[in-house]
Ligand binder design. Structure first.
Ligand SMILES: Cc1ncc(COP(=O)(O)O)c(C=O)c1O
Length: 413
């Protein structure tokens, strides 16, 4: 489904006019569609129905409580990477037994919190982390469930910053070491070795790397299952790519599932998925208002009130986001869409055919639901954008726009 479509030349978010949202809540404004969040989840669950996975939404992708709650209300768990994300997930109603905790640098404080919450398992990335969890669990008189993160050394064919399953990446342990670390985990006190985990990267657009990764870890899974009675699960992470460009073919989860489900079924393990981008990416857009159109001799610049601090993906990963006019216009111009931040890297689009907008018009930056607001900052002392959730003809403010007071609220003078 696409929740953001034109009717009579005006962009809608489900049953609401995007221009009305901009009037009511101001710009820059993130707008999410609840129906699309739910539809994405349904498509993923249908693709993997044969292995009835536990789906743990990757909270880092979009950590607004209303987004987490939309998924929690339909039985989805959470993949978290910090104490803060764990706290957010619990606050949004995700049961602790559906929460998995990843990340290479968990602090003692975060581990202690997760042990007290009794989460489903930690995905462990190194031997010293195993020792720390064991020690803290012993002190608390409890047991830490752990799944070792394997780095299967496959190329996910994505941007190098979001490639996580190659041997040069900081994540997980190579297969041989992961096997040894599992034996260590099984021997350490107050630990239960429950599974293996992997996450090979993000925005992956073919099923091949997923198949290669599962093929590589399957023998270790089978061996661990034979050797350790508590070993029961394989967490295959997230990574399914979405459409950012009109000519891009998004990856259908059913295609990935067709490639790997036979192997997963043969393993007979509980399967955990950690989708992020696939669930929320196309379910959100960023609305910005044109402040100036500047005609340089070399280039035209459409200067809007959203910037790299609101959506850093174009600057950080040279990511492409489609940009369209909230009120369609027939003519086009060629140029860049830029923000007010004092960096030449502050752009939302470069060298593009764009709608011929004028001062005061609204633009929508599409596919901004994932790694959008979640990666935003206050750089240049810019208050962060507001966020709105649309459902049918209703729109609810789910995060108010920050104020200048918010900018200094933590400061002491
Ligand atoms: C451990 C882990 N799981 C899941 C995800 C979500 O990935 P995606 O948004 O590509 O589905 C990430 C993203 O970085 C991750 O690090």
């Amino acid at each position: 489904m696409n929740a953001f479509e034109y009717g009579n030349g005006l962009l809608h978010a489900e049953g609401v006019l995007v221009a009305d949202l901009a009037e009511r809540f101001g710009t820059p404004l993130y707008v999410y569609s609840r129906a699309q969040l739910q539809a994405q989840l349904a498509a993923l669950a249908a693709g993997y129905a044969a292995v009835t996975p536990l789906i743990c939404y990757s909270v880092k992708t979009n950590s607004n409580g209303a987004v987490i709650k939309t998924f929690a209300d339909i039985g989805v768990g959470a993949d978290v990477v910090s104490g803060g994300e764990l706290w957010r997930a619990r606050r949004a109603g995700v049961p602790a037994r559906k929460i998995v905790f990843a990340g290479v640098g968990k602090t003692a404080e975060e581990i202690e919190y997760a042990l007290k919450e009794n989460i489903r398992f930690f995905t462990v990335e190194s031997e010293p982390e195993l020792a720390r969890i064991s020690d803290l669990a012993r002190r608390l008189g409890t047991t830490g469930r752990v799944a070792l993160r394997v780095n299967p050394d496959v190329d996910p064919q994505t941007h190098k910053y979001i490639s996580t399953g190659k041997k040069e990446n900081k994540f997980g342990l190579d297969l041989a070491r992961a096997g040894q670390a599992c034996e260590t985990a099984a021997r350490l006190p107050n630990l239960e070795l429950v599974g293996l985990h992997m996450h090979i990267g993000s925005q992956i657009l073919t099923a091949v790397p997923f198949r290669e990764a599962v093929e590589k870890v399957a023998p270790l899974c089978a061996a661990l299952k034979r050797a350790h009675p508590a070993f029961r699960c394989l967490d295959i992470g997230g990574g399914i790519g979405i459409q950012y460009k009109p000519d891009q073919h998004p990856l259908d989860p059913a295609t990935v599932a067709r490639e790997i489900v036979p192997q997963l079924q043969a393993l007979g393990l509980e399967i955990v998925l950690e989708p992020g981008r696939f669930l929320v990416g196309n379910a959100g857009l960023l609305v910005a208002r044109v402040q100036y159109v500047k005609d340089n001799p070399f280039k035209k610049f459409v200067i809007v009130d959203a910037a790299m601090n609101d959506l850093i993906r174009p600057s950080l990963y040279q990511a492409h986001h489609e940009i369209c006019a909230v009120r369609q216009v027939a003519e086009q111009i060629h140029g860049d869409v830029v923000g007010p931040v004092c960096e030449s890297g502050d752009f939302l689009a470069q060298d593009r055919e764009l709608p011929a907008v004028r001062q005061g018009d609204l633009l929508a930056v599409l596919s901004a639901g994932a790694y959008g607001f979640a990666m935003s900052s206050n750089y240049n002392s810019r208050p962060r954008a507001a966020e709105v959730m649309v459902s049918g003809s209703e729109a609810k403010l789910i995060r108010r726009r920050e104020t200048w007071d918010d900018l200094v609220a933590q400061e002491e003078s």
